[in-house]
Design a protein around this ligand. Structure first.
Ligand SMILES: [Zn+2]
Length: 745
């Protein structure tokens, strides 16, 4: 039997069709490796001969070896590292079935179809499949027709489903995106909590937990939550040597121009610009289109069909730039993404690295920029507040629902928020989270979100409507014509209708219809009430506040950790050592070297110089000769960026530091930089805390320092006001700040 497809292709694209199911001899040979520790050489030979595959990627053979020996293993491997091979290859060899847990329901069918095309019998079960079809598929699994079964984790809420699986011999239980089990991960999914009992119910098969993003803490949590006892660990390098990282401090008004510069600096390939809100996506898209950039946008508010069209267009290279919220990217494997720009600071280093890591999967030089300004933190705090309502709010929501006599309550989040007693400074999103918590703890259930009908009445006649629309708006005129043809009577009296349906009946896009209605509304020709959006809530239990059993200490912990993570990503923005090294350290890889090509490495403020008097750098951010030698011919992106935009990529504090090193005093620095003296003092304090060599004797007389230090010793370094009160007029605020900063370091 000749098999010509390489495994690289199989893993990466599933596009090739000549792969046939493993022959019995091959199985035997492979199985023999199971009892043999010399997997390395033999497996390689085997794969070369039969698959034309030249080598495993780092970590893969170790994982496969463990799995074939029945050892549970936790795998942390960067995206694009070939995680799926780690269970697909053993699945072909092992007796029984390999269950694959995946949260990506929308991708399951594609995955299974691709496997089928290459001759690997696989199937899936998720909420898109009818109960009858589910039973049929499980029956076929029992008969041994399939080698892989993909399951959405939510399935395990059903006891019936778990029982149905008990009759099946499961040889391997693979969990994709395993970080979703950890509340400390950035993408927690409660349904993952069911997996531990599912594994027990299945007779404790070998478990393979795979993830691309796990800090040491999350890794421990995965092991604990899955109930694994001393599992093997395979962690492969997170370094991405072809990625160039940089952070640019930029005011919002400057950001669109910086994006344009980055796009112009990257001649080939495509890029992603991540923005924090839908609104920002719209605004940036408009700017790009005005500047003749082929760009599209993507966010969760668009309907599934539109999202798919846009995603396909980007995947096959028809559009160059996609402006997206974090809804874009899971399961996307486009190899030639040349840049990823974070228009706003994301909430965690995990999210940042996962998104930025979508650049340069083909191994070619690519860049990852993050724009930052100190206001970015506020938006992230808003998200954290929405995700972590205070315990009092959760209780108030519950009490409020209990006031309804009926056990079924139909209410919008904003109405619910408005009706809460007291003044919760929480976003509407926090109401949704409160309900989620109450649901998880069994006090309520929620039906699917309901969208009712909108109300529409048009007060003008057809001709006045046409006049309002204008002679040039062809589409809108046509649409108005169709609307009046079909609904002249209803329009006059006003009626309730679902706008999706109405658009369908008129053969128009819902967006166009909405534009027409908004237009007429502005001109007082139409009356429009948006449809009700809310949730049907069913109250399951009515108990007194004192009897409520919710782990609030856990919730507080979760909120605290979210803020800690936010601090970390902010530290990344302010970091002045190697950025790649910062990220690797965050993920528990402490021995990493400097990358030599991030903005900080090139600016000469890397770790090596940290403890010495830093050398003033006149270098703009650009590739060093070394980097060019290592990577061959690459465009000088950095130089382009800073030259074209005329921006300084260096932190503002470090610019002050340059002036300090020239021997300037505080007022001199303030004048030169056009900043307030107090700001310069803040910069100096920051530099002191970062252990940079700043001699405060130049700014505060030693005698004064003595007085201030005595006060600090007595009162502690925590609060500045009592210290000021203690020293009185002996020293001013700036002097105290400086001494405090040098004291803290
Ligand atoms: Zn670096």
């Amino acid at each position: 039997m000749t098999i010509t497809v390489s495994f690289v292709n199989l893993i990466d694209s599933f596009q090739h069709c000549q792969f046939a199911f493993m022959s019995p001899e091959l199985k035997k040979q492979f199985a023999s490796l199971n009892s043999d520790n010399h997997l390395t050489g033999q497996a390689l030979d085997l794969l070369k001969i039969h698959y034309g595959f030249t080598s495993f990627r780092p970590g893969q053979e170790q994982v496969i070896h463990n799995v074939l020996e029945g050892k549970s293993t936790v795998v942390i491997m960067p995206t694009g590292g070939g995680k799926s091979l780690c269970y697909q290859l053993p699945a072909l060899v092992l007796e029984g079935i390999t269950i694959v847990i995946s949260p990506l329901i929308s991708l399951m069918k594609d995955q299974v179809d691709s496997l089928a095309r290459v001759g690997i019998p696989a199937t899936f079960v998720n909420s898109s499949i009818s109960p009858a079809e589910t039973s049929k598929r499980l029956e076929d699994v029992t008969k041994g027709i399939y080698k892989l079964l993909y399951i959405a984790p939510e399935r395990f809420y059903s006891q019936e489903f778990v029982r149905a699986l008990e009759n099946i011999k499961v040889s391997l239980f693979a969990i994709d995106e395993a970080h979703c089990i950890s509340q400390w991960g950035h993408d927690f999914r409660p349904s993952y909590m069911k997996l531990k009992s599912a594994i027990e119910a299945l007779g404790n098969p070998a478990v393979l937990a795979l993830t691309a993003t796990a800090t040491p803490e999350v890794k421990e949590d995965i092991i604990k939550q899955l109930g694994l006892v001393a599992p093997e660990l395979v962690i492969t390098g997170f370094a991405r040597p072809n990625l160039q990282f940089a952070v640019i401090q930029a005011a919002d008004s400057l950001k669109p121009r910086l994006v344009m510069d980055a796009i112009n600096a990257s001649n080939d390939g495509s890029g992603i610009v991540y923005v924090s809100t839908r609104n920002r996506a719209d605004n940036l898209l408009e700017h790009l289109l005005e500047n003749n950039v082929e760009a599209v946008r993507y966010h969760a508010g668009m309907d599934a069909e539109e999202r798919k069209i846009i995603q396909d267009g980007f995947m096959n290279g028809k559009v160059k730039v996609i402006v997206a919220t974090n809804a874009f990217g899971l399961g996307i494997d486009k190899r030639d993404i040349r840049f990823v720009i974070h228009y706003d600071m994301p909430g965690t280093v995990e999210a940042y690295y996962q998104e930025a890591g979508r650049a340069g999967r083909d191994g070619k030089p690519s860049f990852c920029l993050m724009f930052y300004n100190s206001r970015d933190r506020h938006l992230q705090e808003f998200f954290i507040k929405g995700d972590n309502p205070p315990p009092e709010m959760v209780l108030a929501v519950y009490e409020n629902l209990k006031d309804y006599e009926s056990d079924t309550v139909l209410i919008t989040y904003s109405d619910l928020l408005a009706s809460l007693p007291g003044d919760f400074e929480a976003p509407e999103m926090a109401v949704g989270t409160s309900l989620k918590i109450l649901e998880r703890e069994g006090y309520i259930t929620r039906a699917k979100e309901k969208t009712g009908n909108a109300f529409l009445k048009i007060s003008g006649d057809y001709s006045s409507v046409l006049e309002a629309v204008g002679a040039r708006a062809k589409t809108q005129r046509e649409l108005a014509g169709k609307l009046f043809d079909k609904y002249r009577k209803e329009l006059g009296t006003g009626w309730e209708i679902n706008f999706e349906d109405l658009a369908g009946i008129l053969g128009a896009k819902k967006d166009s219809l909405m534009r027409l209605v908004r237009n007429l509304e502005e001109k007082n020709l139409a009356e429009y009430h948006p449809p009700f959006r809310g949730t049907e809530i069913n109250i399951l239990k009515r108990v007194e506040p004192s009897e409520i059993n919710i782990d609030f200490s856990f919730m507080k912990d979760k909120s605290r950790k979210a803020y800690e993570k936010l601090d970390q990503i902010e530290n990344y923005a302010y970091h002045f050592g190697c950025r790649q090294a910062f990220i690797l350290k965050y993920f528990g890889d402490d021995i990493s070297e400097k990358c030599g090509q991030c903005d900080n490495c090139l600016n000469g403020f890397g770790y090596v110089r940290k403890m010495e008097a830093p050398v003033k750098s006149t270098k703009k951010w650009k590739y060093s000769q070394d980097t060019i030698k290592r990577h061959g011919n690459i465009s000088e992106l950095g130089e382009n960026l800073s030259a074209k935009a005329g921006i300084e990529t260096k932190l503002t504090q470090l610019q002050t530091f340059d002036l300090y090193n020239k021997g300037m005093d505080i007022d001199g620095m303030a004048q030169t930089r056009n900043l307030k003296p107090a700001t310069i003092v803040d910069h100096l304090c920051w530099l002191l805390e970062k252990k940079m060599k700043v001699d405060i004797d130049k700014f505060v007389k030693p005698a004064k320092q003595k007085i201030i230090k005595a006060a600090i010793k007595e009162l502690g370094p925590g609060k500045i006001t009592p210290i000021k009160e203690k020293v009185g007029d002996e020293a001013n605020w700036d002097e105290i700040k400086l001494v405090l900063a040098s004291y803290k370091k």
